[in-house]
Every structure is written in structure tokens, then in C-alpha cells.
Design a protein around this ligand. Structure first.
Ligand code: GUN
Length: 288
């Protein structure tokens, strides 16, 4: 049976570290890191995520403000809010929860956020820095996955890593981070042929494709490490249930280590958001 990679426990370590560093920050600058979270519309999952982000930020001693806009708000209204937050000296981190309603242009919104307040690491300048290997604000979910991987495998050098999914939020930055850790990286996606065969050669599989229980046991090399980024709500035996992108029950006996869903990557994402907010605040204070 695989070892469970306990995201709750590892994220708590990160949170405790950040909380102690926030206390030092307060001593040094007589102010606390401020995180602004923007939520547009009524998507229920986004509401839950945003509530958890704001709650965690307050728990670590930061100031966190939630800004809600109606689903039909204009691009101009959203851009103006971002502009205000860019210019607010008490705001060190800005996060616009995605996805946005259809009529809004996500790329434009992301590019409007000041790169040094972009705690998601989605701004083109931060994406470029990551590609060059010198990023300070790294997308939270892949950063959380790397921290978990390093807990079970101190030296990732030379490992074959397969990333399933090519999103800007997870797949692409994950591949960049694994390459930086000297892995040999393959990215597979919805149009890839022979995903099973490619996966079966991997020492590390990161599943981020957004399809419930997509990864099967016979795709996994015995002893591989499996990181499951998926959070999919399904109905089973008449009950609502959250499952990952990996068929956990079948894969667990084959892998050497695996993240559960829930309680794996999810809490790490929020912990890394706190880490990034502190990083952004330090960067801004050092400049001012
Ligand atoms: N939606 C799903 N994941 C994320 C994330 O990491 N950041 C933002 N802003 N929106 C998301």
C-alpha cells in the first residue's frame, strides 16, 4: 500500500511557518501583509474557495479583504477595482478567483494586476520568470505539489515525471517546476495518444486534467509517486462525493506514495497562497 501524503499536515507546517514570519514582518514594518481577493459572480465552488482563502489569511495574522462583484459586472468595473488595489499601499497581494463569467476577458484581467502583487503567479511577467527559472511568485497549486513531492522524494533529479493536463494554472507551471528540479518531464493532455503507455513509464505522475478518476491502476508503474490535483464532485450510491483525477482505491496499492482527495493538494494550495502573499509583501516593503 502507498504512503499517504498528508496535505493537511504538511500545509499546517507551512501555515505555522508563515504565521511566525508574519509576526516578524509586523515587528519590522509595523503593518501586516494585506491580501485582496476578488470574486465575480455566484459560482458556488468559487465562493467556498474564496471563503477559505480569506479565513486562512486572517488566521496567519494577515489582513484579508474580499471584494465581490455581480456576475454581470463590466470589464471596466473590474479593471477599475484592480487599479485601485494596485495603488493601495495596504494591499500586497491581489487574487482574482477564476474562472470569470464568460463575457469577461481573463487574460486582460490577469495582465492588469501589478506583477509584484500577483500572488497567483499568473501575470505574463511572472510566467516568464518561472520559465527562466528565477520566479518569486509561483502558482500556488504547483508550488504546493512540489513541497509535497519533496517530502517523499528529497532528490527528484533524473526522475521521469508525467504531468497530465496543460492548463496555465497547474499543468504548464508544474512542468516548469519539475524541469527546474531536474526531472525529465512529459506533458500529456486531452489530445495525446497512448496516455496510458506514457504514464506507465513515469516515476512521478501529477494528474490535473479535471476528469473524475481518469487515471487507472494499470497506467501506474509499481512504486511511482502520484499527486492528484483534481477535485471533482460526483454522485455515487445516491450520495455527493468529492473524487480526484486518479482512481484512488485502485492506484493506492500500486503507488509508493499518493495524495488523497480531499486532504491532499487542496489545503497546500491555500498554504502556498499565504506564502506568496508574505513574499509579495516583503518584496514591496523592500522596494519602498
Ligand atoms: N481557480 C482555480 N484555481 C485557482 C487559483 O489557483 N487561483 C485563482 N485565482 N483561481 C483559481
Amino acid at each position: 500500500m502507498a504512503d499517504l501524503i498528508d496535505g493537511k499536515q504538511i500545509s499546517q507546517q507551512v501555515i505555522d511557518e508563515v504565521a511566525s514570519e508574519v509576526a516578524d514582518f509586523k515587528q519590522q514594518y509595523d503593518t501586516v501583509p494585506g491580501l485582496a481577493v476578488v470574486l465575480v459572480g455566484e459560482d458556488p465552488a468559487s465562493h467556498v474557495y474564496v471563503r477559505n482563502k480569506v479565513k486562512r489569511a486572517n488566521e496567519v495574522g494577515m489582513k484579508s479583504i474580499e471584494h465581490r462583484l455581480p456576475a454581470d459586472c463590466s470589464q471596466q468595473t473590474l479593471n477599475r477595482l484592480i487599479d485601485d488595489l494596485n495603488n493601495d499601499p495596504e494591499v500586497h497581494g491581489i487574487l482574482v478567483q477564476l474562472p470569470l463569467p464568460e463575457h469577461l476577458n481573463e487574460e486582460e484581467v490577469i495582465a492588469a494586476i501589478a506583477a509584484d502583487k500577483d500572488v497567483d503567479g499568473f501575470h505574463p511577467l511572472n510566467v516568464g520568470a518561472l520559465a527562466c527559472g528565477d520566479a518569486s511568485l509561483i502558482p500556488c497549486t504547483p508550488l504546493g505539489c512540489m513541497i509535497m513531492l519533496k517530502q517523499v522524494c528529497a532528490d527528484l533529479s533524473g526522475k521521469n515525471a508525467v504531468v497530465i493536463g496543460r492548463s496555465n494554472i497547474v499543468g504548464k507551471p508544474m512542468a516548469a517546476l519539475l524541469m527546474q528540479a531536474n526531472c525529465t518531464v512529459t506533458v500529456v493532455h486531452s489530445r495525446t495518444r497512448d496516455i496510458e503507455e506514457i504514464c506507465s513509464r513515469a516515476d512521478i505522475v501529477v494528474a490535473a486534467i479535471g476528469r473524475p478518476e481518469f487515471v487507472k491502476a494499470d497506467w501506474i508503474k509499481p512504486g511511482a509517486i502520484v499527486i492528484d490535483v483534481g477535485i471533482n464532485a460526483i454522485e455515487r450510491d445516491g450520495k455527493r462525493k468529492l473524487v480526484g483525477d486518479v482512481d484512488f482505491a485502485a492506484v493506492e496499492p500500486v503507488a509508493s506514495a499518493i495524495t488523497p482527495v480531499p486532504g491532499g493538494v487542496g489545503p497546500m494550495t491555500i498554504a502556498c497562497l499565504m506564502k506568496n502573499t508574505l513574499t509579495a509583501a516583503r518584496g514591496l516593503m523592500a522596494k519602498s
